[in-house]
Ligand binder design. Structure first.
Ligand code: DC
Length: 236
């Protein structure tokens, strides 16, 4: 961690400068959440994991057996949902659900739920409200295209498919020791397909986004790259 500490010292002066919005997009398990969290920590910005919002909505829909084809039921259910972040952990109606939303059951359904236009409208409005004060790093799929099309810095994170599968497998194994690499690879493929082909706000690189391919980079290296981009914009 000495590298992080040095970076922190170098960037401490930036914290009091011009605050910007940093939008980070990319497929699942590209390492974008790690990057977003570290960037926010270094710059003393707010971090928002927009995927966690869609996962918490999915958890509510699963718990209340909401029929995803019934638009009236979906709208009624959304009226019952209050999302928040407590110490960077997502809360659903006041209860922290951070670990519950990382299960395979949620991962298997979240792309279908997040493709629903009512759900997107609900989540995007809250995400945009969070950006009003700037000093924000948000990661997701449509942050640079739909949520903050005027973000000062947009990063599109990319990693090779095998690298992503390995990373996701290592993460999922902690929660579900019986999980296989094939199951993880299937889930990633399934979500990639829905996330990038859905009608509303599909994942795509914003025209003005900078591509960060971290397949061969360490976490420190990707952080340094992103911090250099952020610095240029904060000092403008
Ligand atoms: O980042 P994640 O894997 O936790 O996101 C879970 C799902 O939420 C993902 O499959 C697609 C969806 N999502 C989205 O549609 N838009 C976002 N801004 C963030 C996530």
């Amino acid at each position: 961690m000495p590298m992080i500490r040095n970076l922190l010292r170098n960037f401490r002066s930036l914290q009091s400068m011009n605050k910007i919005v940093i939008a980070i997009d990319g497929f699942s398990s590209t390492g974008k959440s790690t990057l977003a969290r570290q960037l926010a920590e270094t710059l003393n910005y707010t971090y928002v994991d927009s995927g966690a919002m869609y996962r918490a909505i999915t958890l509510y829909f699963l718990d209340h057996t909401i029929d995803l084809a019934n638009h009236t039921a979906i709208e009624k259910a959304l009226e019952q949902i209050t999302l928040g972040f407590i110490d960077n952990k997502i809360s659903l109606n006041g209860v922290i659900v951070e670990s519950l939303i990382r299960s395979m059951a949620i991962s298997n359904l979240v792309s279908e739920v997040s493709a629903l236009k009512e759900v997107r409208k609900f989540a995007v409005a809250q995400q945009q409200a969070m950006g009003l004060q700037k000093g924000l790093v948000m990661d997701g799929r449509d942050i640079g295209t739909t949520v903050f099309p005027r973000a000062e810095l947009k990063i599109y994170v990319y990693a090779d498919e095998e690298v992503r599968t390995m990373r996701r497998f290592d993460e999922m194994k902690l929660q579900s020791p019986d999980i296989t690499m094939d199951e993880v690879a299937e889930n990633l493929k399934h979500r990639d397909h829905i996330d990038s082909t859905r009608e509303v706000s599909p994942l795509k690189k914003a025209k003005d986004a900078l591509v960060l391919d971290n397949s061969l980079l360490s976490m420190d290296e990707q952080l340094q790259m992103a911090l250099a981009w952020a610095k240029e914009r904060i000092e403008k």
